[in-house]
Design a protein around this ligand. Structure first.
Ligand SMILES: O=C(O)CCC(=O)C(=O)O
Length: 185
């Protein structure tokens, strides 16, 4: 991927670790059904979300107040920091209950965000895609995010590429994704 720094570890966590993390996160995280305003209407986000971290953060126009780290989140953060060499002070969690839950094309390129984002996935395997923001001649890059995988997006990735988690009509197990981030202001 030109103008990107992306690394993917398919089995960063073992199957046993991943099964346990999926269960702990599903049970312990304070999942919320947020709404966003679109075309003058309040619509539910197509996923459940939660935010933990040292600082508050506005995402998709929604303010997330700082919330203390749960032990399970602290544990995951330390494992991921050791692998990526980056430091994170926040995590956004997304719970995709079925194939109709999704995340549209976007870049995590807010000015207040450090360039290194680490994405951890547990549960049902889902397709994930990148597309270059300016160069239509570069084909999109597709991958399947596996149970227990780690995807690092570093350097200029967010500036030049968007990513999405499309809907699928395949019957699919619930999936939890964590994106560890560093809020710098
Ligand atoms: O669930 C995923 O893999 C995508 C998450 C994502 O794009 C985000 O949190 O910005």
């Amino acid at each position: 991927m030109p103008q990107a720094e992306v690394y993917y570890a398919q089995q960063f966590f073992t199957k046993e670790e991943s099964d346990l993390y999926l269960q702990r996160l599903a049970e312990q995280v304070a999942w919320q059904q947020e709404e966003i305003k679109m075309f003058g209407k309040q619509l539910p986000l197509p996923r459940l979300t939660a935010w933990y971290g040292d600082k508050g953060y506005t995402y998709s126009g929604l303010y997330n107040a700082p919330q203390p780290w749960l032990p399970v989140l602290q544990e995951l953060k330390e494992r991921v920091e050791a692998a990526s060499g980056d430091k994170y002070n926040s995590v956004l969690l997304n719970y995709y209950r079925h194939g109709q839950d999704s995340m549209g094309w976007h870049s995590d390129d807010e000015k207040s965000l450090g360039p290194g984002i680490a994405s951890v996935s547990f549960g049902g395997e889902r397709g994930f895609a990148f597309r270059h923001r300016e160069r239509k001649d570069i084909p999109p890059v597709k991958l399947t995010l596996q149970h227990g995988s780690l995807l690092l997006m570093q350097g200029n990735t967010q500036r030049h590429w968007q990513h999405q988690l499309p809907k699928t009509s395949r019957p699919i197990a619930p999936r939890i994704n964590l994106t560890f981030r560093n809020i710098i202001s």
